[in-house]
Design a protein around this ligand. Structure first.
Ligand SMILES: NC(=O)c1ccc[n+]([C@@H]2O[C@H](COP(=O)([O-])OP(=O)(O)OC[C@H]3O[C@@H](n4cnc5c(N)ncnc54)[C@H](OP(=O)(O)O)[C@@H]3O)[C@@H](O)[C@H]2O)c1
Length: 241
């Protein structure tokens, strides 16, 4: 779908990848960008100054917050489910309360938001509409210290596939983006290769504009994604090691 002229909503848009997605949407001439954040005050002043920006209070885990936000904004034809949390813990000893929080945000939160904005996406008309779920390469095969996070993103990956089938025929594209490590607060303190979030945001939106249903938005995920598509067990073995 074309970004130029679109009305986009980005969750978790106050910082990290979400803030870079907002900047890139504006650079590509989106007509309105809803910048959704748990704390609207945390959205940077220079972003608020852009006349195309509307700041929206939105906690994806809170049904009342989602309902109120959906009522407060109109005409969204590009929904980007970006908000996410990462808790650490392995599959045998990880704190289940942390696993629950990741599921509540990364899976149920994204699903709740998607359901709330479906009427708006369905009403987009001939321009078409799109939902982009920001997933992760490790939704497809887990890494040991992030077992709960990986499971929550695997659930969100499954939701992406189910949604794609459910809205086929409604003029809504459903896109999964599967980044590798990104240099944001989420991975602060983790020693890993990390992509520039601005570049990841640009590659996600290029994927949207070129009609991709699966986006590998950095070099690491592009390489591992090719491996996954050819031999999923080989990726599982590689990431487990
Ligand atoms: N960083 C990576 O290596 C990496 C790799 C692959 C995929 N991803 C995915 O990319 C997305 C963005 O992550 P990031 O790297 O930008 O992380 P980040 O810097 O930690 O930012 C996370 C964002 O999500 C928001 N958020 C968390 N819980 C929320 C809730 N309940 N309701 C609304 N917003 C909420 C945060 O808001 P607050 O400021 O209020 O906390 C923040 O804006 C996530 O879905 C993440 O899983 C990240």
């Amino acid at each position: 779908m074309r970004i130029s002229g679109s009305t986009a909503l980005v969750t978790g848009a106050n910082r990290g990848l979400g803030a870079r997605l907002v900047a890139e949407l504006l650079r590509r001439d989106a007509s309105t960008v809803y910048v959704a954040a748990r704390d609207p005050e945390s959205v940077a002043e220079d972003v608020r100054r852009d006349p195309r920006v509307r700041v929206l209070a939105l906690d994806v885990t809170d049904p009342d917050s989602v309902t109120a936000a959906a009522r407060a904004c109109t005409g969204v034809d590009l929904l980007i489910n970006n908000a996410g949390v990462l808790g650490f813990g392995d599959v045998l000893t990880g704190d289940l309360a942390v696993f629950e929080r990741d599921l509540a945000t990364n899976y149920l939160g994204a699903l709740r938001v998607t359901r709330a904005w479906l009427p708006s996406l369905r009403a987009a008309g001939p321009r078409g509409a799109a939902v982009v779920n920001v997933l992760t390469l490790i939704a497809l095969a887990p890494v040991a210290p992030m077992a709960g996070y990986c499971a929550s993103k695997a659930a969100a990956h499954s939701m992406t596939q189910a949604l794609r089938a459910a809205v086929r025929g409604d003029g809504i594209e459903v896109i999964g983006a599967y980044p590798g490590g990104i240099d944001t607060e989420m991975l602060a303190g983790v020693d890993a290769d990390k992509a520039d979030p601005a570049e990841v945001a640009a590659r996600i939106l290029t994927g949207v504009e070129t009609g991709r249903e699966i986006i590998w938005p950095d070099d690491a995920s592009a390489g591992a994604g090719a491996l996954y598509l050819g031999d999923p067990v080989q990726l599982e073995t590689m990431l487990a090691a």
